[in-house]
Design a protein around this ligand. Structure first.
Ligand SMILES: [Zn+2]
Ligand SMILES: [Zn+2]
Length: 136
C-alpha cells in the first residue's frame, strides 16, 4: 500500500489525495448506505479528515445532509459519491473506496449493520462469474 492514495470521480472534475496509509476499511450494510450509493452496500475507508486533500474540483463538490449528523459529499457534475462526514466521528472522514483510482489496493476487514444485509450478499462468492459482459 503506497503512502499516498489518489482518487477521483467518474468525470474527473474532482481529484483528491489521501495523505496517510489507509488502515480501516468497512462494509456498511445499513439501509441509508444503500441509498447513498445506489448499491447493495457501501464500502468506506475511514481516515483522518485532514489527510483528505482535494487537489482539483473543490467547487464541483456538492453536499447533501443525510441526517442530523451525517453529510454526503459527491461530484455535482457526475454524481460519484466521494466521502461522508459524521458528527459522531469528529476529525474522521469516510471515503467511498469506489472513488479510489486503485480500489483494489484496499480491502474491507469488517461488515457493519448486518441486521440490514441483503441475504444474497452473503452468497455472492458462489455466483457464476464472467470476466466481462457475457454474450447473450
Ligand atoms: Zn465528476
Ligand atoms: Zn451505513
Amino acid at each position: 500500500m503506497p503512502e499516498k492514495t489518489t482518487g477521483s470521480c467518474l468525470c474527473k472534475s474532482v481529484k483528491y489525495i489521501i495523505n496517510e496509509e489507509i488502515q480501516s476499511v468497512v462494509n456498511c450494510h445499513c439501509n441509508t448506505c444503500k441509498k447513498i450509493t445506489g448499491g447493495a452496500f457501501e464500502t468506506i475507508a475511514v481516515i483522518r479528515e485532514k489527510s483528505l486533500e482535494i487537489v482539483e474540483g473543490e467547487g464541483a463538490l456538492s453536499t447533501y445532509q443525510i441526517s442530523e449528523n451525517a453529510r454526503k459529499h459527491f461530484c455535482g457534475n457526475c454524481g460519484t459519491p466521494i466521502y461522508n462526514l459524521h458528527k459522531k466521528y469528529p476529525g474522521r472522514c469516510m471515503v467511498q473506496i469506489g472513488s479510489l483510482d486503485q480500489p483494489g489496493l484496499v480491502a474491507p476487514a469488517v461488515n457493519i449493520f448486518c441486521e440490514s444485509i441483503l441475504p444474497w450478499v452473503r452468497e455472492i462468492g458462489v455466483l457464476t462469474c464472467f470476466e466481462r459482459l457475457p454474450e447473450k
